[in-house]
Write a protein that binds this ligand. Structure first.
Ligand code: SF4
Ligand code: SF4
Ligand code: SF4
Length: 349
């Protein structure tokens, strides 16, 4: 364990902990744009610089491990001056359109500009003017709002392991794009949306959220019904309608990872083809029934079949479109209540 002080507070953390993590342990929020606890440390944005007594230069808190006796200041005059300059440099090449940006209210760049009172950049000159990619029906990409934090690139390479996007060109012309600037499509992209989830600005937007401000939604934690993995996520509800899904770091199975089905297929909720009540076939036609009627029908028919032919005359097929627990209950019900091992599953699991 290592003892140090941060902003005058004593901290005791395991060796190898970074200054950023040690500060988080005692509730000190060091600003950062490219840091993410699930990704490899990049140290590119420099927003997390702190003053370490005895060190000549400011240190990046995300990549500097703690040392015994270290004395760290996270909001000293020198630190704040450096952060203001970083923000001013970012704003020098960033559109001034927070007022109409989809990300407003949920944007790290905006938050830090507010925190450090940066409203414009003193640096004038050429600005990026790249075409916004609106062609995809799920993800909108606005490279003009990209601050080159690299999180999308890392999450796509290291967590999704797809490598759809990467940095190209150098210096002022550096940007994140696909191979040969191809539009996002299913040949190169899994549409997991993880890049959108980690982007700290409005450079990557889930189009399902367009026209909605972050404060207009309430979140409801649920388990994805698409397969047996059991990912958790938050349904985002606006005016009693689910408008989309966001991942939550608190999800025990999946963390913030989701696949295309969980993240984007909220359309099924309001599909007119969805069966929302039990149906019983009468005279060759399906008719709507209550759950009581449907369960009574199944139970009485089961009883007739079992009395006449035995339990093995019945079999059950369950579905990969159920949770693991629902599939468990189905086989349990067949084995214990019906008394047969005739169970199977559309994915043969
Ligand atoms: S990305 Fe953030 S800083 Fe940029 S315009 Fe949108 S809200 Fe403002
Ligand atoms: S949606 Fe997933 S696969 Fe596609 S670019 Fe983003 S992270 Fe990569
Ligand atoms: S698109 Fe977003 S996540 Fe990717 S580098 Fe730009 S700002 Fe960072």
């Amino acid at each position: 364990m290592v003892d140090l002080t941060i902003d005058g507070k004593a901290v005791n953390v395991p060796a190898g902990t970074t200054i950023l993590e040690a500060a988080q342990n005692i509730g000190i929020d060091i600003p950062n744009l490219c840091y993410d606890k699930d990704l490899t440390v990049f140290g590119g944005c420099r927003m997390c610089v702190v003053e370490v007594e005895g060190a000549r230069n400011l240190q990046t808190a995300c990549s500097t491990p703690v040392n015994p006796g270290m004395v760290v200041w996270t909001e000293s005059e020198r630190v704040v001056k450096a952060r203001r300059m970083i923000l001013e440099l970012l704003l020098a090449n960033h559109p001034s359109e927070c007022i109409i940006c989809e990300k407003t209210g949920d944007c790290r760049l905006q938050d830090y500009c507010y925190r450090y009172g940066v409203k414009e950049s003193p640096y004038t000159g050429e600005r990026r003017e790249v075409e916004i990619d609106r062609g995809n029906h799920l993800i909108e990409r606005d490279p003009n709002k990209c601050i080159l934090c690299g999180k999308c690139v890392q999450v796509c390479h290291d967590i999704q392991v797809t490598g759809t996007i990467d940095f190209v060109d150098r210096g002022f012309y550096t940007r994140v794009t696909t191979p040969y600037d191809l539009p996002l499509n299913t040949d190169i992209c899994r549409f997991c949306g993880q890049c959108v989830g980690v982007c700290p600005t409005g450079a990557l937007i889930n189009k399902q959220f367009k026209g909605t401000r972050p404060w207009e939604v309430s979140k409801v934690r649920t388990t994805c019904p698409f397969c047996g993995v059991g990912c958790n996520f938050d349904l985002n509800v606006k005016e009693e309608r689910v408008i989309g899904v966001t991942a939550t770091p608190e999800a025990p199975v999946n963390g913030r990872s989701l696949c295309v089905k969980g993240r984007f297929h909220k359309d099924l909720l309001y599909s007119p083809e969805r069966i929302t009540t039990p149906l019983i076939k009468r005279d060759g036609e399906f008719v709507e029934a209550s759950w009581e009627e449907a369960l009574e029908e199944v139970a009485s028919r089961f009883k007739v079949i079992i009395d006449r032919d035995g339990s093995d005359a019945i079999a059950a097929l369950s579905s990969a479109r159920c949770t693991n627990e629902e599939n468990f209950l189905m086989q349990k019900f067949m084995r214990t209540a019906v008394g047969t091992n005739n169970v199977d599953h559309c994915a043969r699991t």
